[in-house]
Design a protein around this ligand. Structure first.
Ligand SMILES: [Zn+2]
Length: 65
């Protein structure tokens, strides 16, 4: 479990924005940039190189099935 006080001091290394804790995925989410930073062994990995882009919302049906 991530310490809430830790979450308070963490910010996105790219945009310095606030992060959201995803307990299920064990990730820290930057909503503004749709990036997810992994948490490994309880330690947030605040590296842009380690972040993964969040999957975009399902696209409208603009391509053939
Ligand atoms: Zn960010």
């Amino acid at each position: 479990m991530l310490d809430k006080r830790l979450l308070d001091v963490l910010a996105c290394p790219r945009c310095k924005g606030p992060l959201e804790y995803d307990a299920g995925q064990q990730e820290l989410i930057c909503r503004g940039e749709a990036l997810a930073y992994p948490i490994r062994d309880g330690i947030p990995v605040m590296l842009v190189a380690e972040a993964r882009p969040l999957s975009p919302p399902p696209a409208p049906q603009d391509r053939p099935a």
